[in-house]
Every structure is written in structure tokens, then in C-alpha cells.
Design a binder for this molecule. Structure first.
Ligand SMILES: Cc1cc2nc3c(=O)[nH]c(=O)nc-3n(C[C@H](O)[C@H](O)[C@H](O)COP(=O)(O)OP(=O)(O)OC[C@H]3O[C@@H](n4cnc5c(N)ncnc54)[C@H](O)[C@@H]3O)c2cc1C
Length: 510
């Protein structure tokens, strides 16, 4: 039997404490469900015309393009949300385990099929470097130890006080968190290609493998333990499922509602003002908008002591992404659901993106072919794709208004010469997203695709807290707050609210 969860509130609805959630990314949707389960009347305000944020779904020419997340890990974090509403996720969404998780293709055409099947992985390692085979078990054991601290003790705990950080410090030190992901991987594996295979994961959450703390090696364990999944119908099916849970709780998502500012009285959040001037009162406000933009643009400077404009300006932001969504009139049956195409350079390319912030002529790409799993996402006989290229955020001096088409064409050429022959003649639907879209459409500071960069000195207590350190009754969820980007990260940020937000019935309605 599933827990029924709190489904009815013993006070009239208009007297029930009101929570406003700004933004309907996965963090905002999960927060709304958790607050609904705590007895709040919840209004989600979303500036776009659909829910999902980075997981928006573009429908075009009969193709269905998931804009962002495609790799679903730690599905139990989603299942929990359905349970809170007394439901089962499987009634609304079917998740399909991927095997292999990814095909990682090197520039010379060799490839590594990465999965949770130990024997298969050992065979793949032996293909590249037999003497590295014993390194796998050692590395996975290290990843497990890191997971126990980094995810289980750190991931869904609020880091509101510096002493919370001090408590965790000895364990972090023991786990060599001062090393980078690449540094820890290189300690175990000697082969340069295998070092890439086991160290690229921070890129999935906007981190530089040479700068992100080795604590992010926990992703390897997370994937192995719970698998890599895809939602049938696309990631959009998860978004729709969560929106349905919110409606089922009697709560509301209002679209095309851009929040202009958070209303603050005597240091306490009292509601929000929309771009059209409408004022919405609330007992608590949760912002799922980018944390830097929340502080910089939605809260006046005089309400902020820690996240001043100067601190926001000088913080480090993740890379951005160039994404080309395209549909082809033929199917490419040899192409896996998830392919990573590594270019000729690794460390140098990453330093062009994160350090020098220049647009390189070469690239490493992630190619998504959801029709490998669910052909219904394209017209019959066709394939739906997106390809993403990590690029500098908007601190780089790249004019995307003029550069986008030539960059797309060079990516198409590379794909045409490698895994998608004759590509340019097969494309029947096309759409591009550049760092400008992350800034202008999704309100991300510096056009960062993943919010604040995940480096040790911007993690846990050092990140904008889930319970705002600036204003009472303001909470933050999503990629730019603790613990960080990626679906497990943003779902965990909403989970942290459980221990921070008081139950609705303990509040006096304003
Ligand atoms: C292309 C791409 C691929 C990715 N792939 C993966 C993957 O495979 N697996 C994975 O785990 N992660 C992946 N990620 C990361 C993951 O998608 C994100 O970290 C996560 O979805 C961010 O969720 P969020 O809760 O921070 O909200 P967002 O998705 O950032 O949503 C925030 C919402 O707030 C709204 N908003 C902002 N300002 C306002 C305002 N003033 N008023 C009203 N609304 C506002 C925005 O419109 C938006 O809808 C990917 C990201 C991208 C960009």
C-alpha cells in the first residue's frame, strides 16, 4: 500500500497558508508538490507558456524535441513525489532502462559502450588498456564511498550554517575532495581515453572535470546503482506527470506570468509582483528561477547582505550550451539513444570553454536520438535528434546572432562525416538554442546552462542557501542553489524544503 499522504486540509481553502513558487522547472514542480503535501495552497508562476523550464518540449513539424534533460538517473526521487500524492509513478510515466547508458565515440572512430554491466565494462576497458581493468573496481568502490557522504549526507541536507560545513569537512578530506574529478580518475586509470570515459560526468551538470571536486565522482555510482533511464514519450512525460500531480492536489500553475519582484516587508517575503503589476500575496515564496537572477533582479539590493551585486558578478557560472534540434526524414538505426562524440582535444577544449571562453573550431558533442527508444516522437520512418555542444557562457565575446548558423553547419558537417551520413540532405525540421536563449528566455545569469559552476568553493554552504540567508520566508530550489544542477540535484533541492518549511497549519494566515 502506498502512503496516502495528506490530501485534505481541515481549514477553508482561502484561509490556508499560501505558497508562491516562481518557475516550473523540475525543482519548482517538485517543490510545489512537497508544499502541497505539507498543506499549503500553492500557486506556481511560470513566465513561459508550458512547464518544464530547461525541460520544455518543442513540438515542430510532427517531431517532439525535449529541450534539455534526457538522462534520467535516481528515478526514486521522482517516485517519491508520486507517493506523496498517494499515487504511483508507473500509472503516469514509463521509464525505460538504457543499455548501454551511452556510447562514447572517440575522434579516431573507436568507441566505449558505458553501462552498469560490470563484465561488459571490463571488456570495454580491456579493449583500450588491459592493465587498467583492475582500476575499475577500485574506482567504483571510491565512487561508492563518495556517494555515501556526497549524496546521502550532503545532497538533501540544508547547509544553512557554516558549522554544517565544518561537520562534513573531515569526511570530505578523507575522500580527497580537494582533488578534481579528473585528478581522482587519473589516480586510478592510466589510459588517456579511459580517463575521459570516467571523468566527463561533471560536464553533464555544467562542471569542468579538471576543476570540479572529486565529490562529483558520486555520479558514476549513482548511475550504476539505479541505472540510466529514459521516459517513454520523452522527458516531457515526467513534466506533464508532475504538473498533473499539482493539479490533483487542487493547486495551480499559471503560465505566461513573469515575476518582476519579490515583495519584502520588514525583512520577510510577503508575495510577488508580476510584470503586469498584479500583486500576489503569499506566506512563503519559493524561487525556482536561476539563483543569481533571483537575487540580482527580483530582490532589491538593500535587502541583500551576502548576495550583493558585486558578489553575484564575480561568482563563477557554468558553461553554456549550443543546442541544435533536428528531425531527419530517414532513421539512423545504428545510432544509440545517447552518444557522446569526443573531439581531438579534451583538456585544451575544456579550457577554451571554461577558461579562455573562446569558441573553438573543434567540439565534443552529446547526440540524443530518443526515437531509438520511442519512435512515436517523430513521424513514421523519421528520427528525432538533438545535438549539444558545450560552449562558453556569455562572458565570452561571441556574437551568437551572427555565429549560430555557421556553428550549426560545422556541427552538421562533423556529424555527417561520422555517425549521420548525408545528414544535411536528410534534415526536415530544425531549431537552434544558443546561450542568448538561456539568458533571455530562461533568465539565466550570463546565459549559463547550469547556474553557478559546481566548484568546491561554490558548493553546499557556499552556494545560495535553500532557505534564503537574505529574506525570511524565502526559499530557493533548482540548479543554482544547493546541491546543484541535474535532475537528482534539483529534485533534492526541493526535498531539502521538507526540513526547512514549517507545516502549513503551524502558520498564521496573513
Ligand atoms: C540542454 C540540457 C541538457 C541537460 N541534460 C540533462 C540530463 O540529461 N540529465 C540531467 O539530470 N540533467 C540535465 N540537464 C540539467 C537539468 O536539465 C537542469 O539542471 C534542471 O532541469 C534545472 O531545473 P531547475 O529546477 O533549476 O529549473 P529550470 O529548468 O531552470 O526552470 C526554471 C524556470 O523558472 C522560470 N522563470 C525564471 N524566471 C522567472 C520569473 N521571473 N517569473 C516566472 N518564471 C520564471 C523559467 O522560465 C523556467 O521555466 C540538462 C540541461 C540542459 C540545458
Amino acid at each position: 500500500m502506498l502512503d496516502p499522504g495528506p490530501s485534505s486540509i481541515p481549514v477553508p481553502r482561502d484561509q490556508t497558508p499560501h505558497a508562491v513558487v516562481i518557475g516550473s522547472g523540475f525543482g519548482g514542480l517538485a517543490a510545489a508538490i512537497r508544499l502541497g503535501a505539507k498543506g499549503y495552497r500553492v500557486t506556481v508562476l511560470e513566465k513561459l507558456d508550458q512547464p518544464g523550464g530547461r525541460a520544455y518540449v518543442h513540438k515542430q513539424d510532427g517531431f517532439s524535441f525535449d529541450a534539455g534533460p534526457t538522462i534520467v538517473t535516481a528515478p526514486y526521487l521522482f517516485e517519491e513525489l508520486w507517493k506523496l500524492c498517494g499515487k504511483r509513478m508507473s500509472d503516469d510515466v514509463t521509464l525505460k532502462p538504457m543499455s548501454p547508458f551511452y556510447r562514447i565515440r572517440f575522434d579516431d572512430g573507436t568507441f566505449f559502450d558505458y553501462s552498469d554491466d560490470r563484465d561488459a565494462v571490463l571488456d570495454q576497458i580491456a579493449k583500450f588498456c588491459p592493465s587498467d581493468v583492475p582500476a575499475y573496481d577500485r574506482f567504483m568502490a571510491a565512487s561508492h564511498e563518495i556517494f555515501k557522504v556526497g549524496f546521502e549526507q550532503l545532497g538533501d541536507q540544508p547547509f544553512s550554517r557554516f558549522t554544517d560545513m565544518l561537520k562534513i569537512a573531515p569526511a570530505m578530506l578523507k575522500l580527497e575532495s580537494y582533488r578534481s574529478v579528473y585528478g581522482l580518475v587519473a589516480k586510478h586509470f592510466k589510459d588517456p581515453k579511459l580517463r575521459q570515459v570516467f571523468s566527463f560526468h561533471p560536464l553533464l551538470i555544467g562542471g569542468n572535470p579538471f576543476m570540479s571536486s572529486s565529490v562529483y565522482c558520486l555520479i558514476t555510482y549513482l548511475e550504476k546503482q539505479w541505472g540510466v533511464h529514459s521516459a517513454m514519450g520523452g522527458t516531457g512525460a515526467l513534466v506533464t506527470g508532475l504538473a498533473k500531480l499539482i493539479a490533483g492536489q487542487g493547486n495551480e500553475i499559471r503560465y505566461r506570468q513573469s515575476v518582476r519582484r519579490i515583495l519584502v516587508e520588514n525583512g520577510t517575503a510577503r508575495g510577488v509582483e508580476l510584470a503586469d503589476g498584479e500583486l500576489i500575496k503569499a506566506d512563503i515564496v519559493v524561487s525556482n528561477a536561476d539563483s543569481a537572477s533571483t537575487y540580482r533582479y527580483l530582490l532589491p539590493p538593500e535587502t541583500r547582505k551576502r548576495w550583493t551585486d558585486a558578489k553575484i558578478e564575480k561568482s563563477r557560472y557554468s558553461m553554456s550550451l549550443f543546442v541544435w534540434y533536428f528531425g531527419t526524414k530517414r532513421r539512423y538505426e545504428d545510432v544509440k539513444h545517447h552518444t557522446i562524440l569526443l573531439g581531438p582535444r579534451y583538456r585544451e577544449l575544456i579550457s577554451d570553454i571554461f577558461g579562455r571562453k573562446v569558441l573553438a573550431d573543434d567540439f565534443s558533442l552529446y547526440l540524443h536520438r530518443p526515437t531509438a527508444t520511442d519512435p512515436s516522437l517523430a513521424p513514421q520512418g523519421c528520427d528525432t535528434f538533438y545535438v549539444l555542444s558545450p560552449v562558453p557562457n556569455l562572458l565570452g565575446n561571441i556574437d551568437w546572432t551572427t555565429k549560430a548558423e555557421s556553428y550549426r553547419a560545422s556541427i552538421a558537417k562533423m556529424l555527417g562525416e561520422t555517425v549521420l551520413p548525408d545528414l544535411e540532405n536528410q534534415v526536415v525540421s530544425s531549431k537552434i538554442t544558443t546561450p542568448l536563449d538561456f539568458q533571455d528566455r530562461l533568465s539565466s545569469f550570463r546565459g549559463a546552462a547550469f547556474g553557478l559552476e559546481p566548484v568546491l568553493w561554490q558548493s553546499a554552504w557556499f552556494r545560495p542557501h535553500n532557505q534564503s540567508e537574505e529574506v525570511k520566508n524565502l526559499f530557493l530550489v533548482g540548479a543554482g542553489t544547493h546541491p546543484g544542477a541535474g535532475l537528482p540535484g534539483v529534485l533534492s533541492s526541493a526535498r531539502v524544503l521538507d526540513s526547512l518549511v514549517p507545516p502549513a497549519d503551524s502558520l498564521v494566515t496573513s
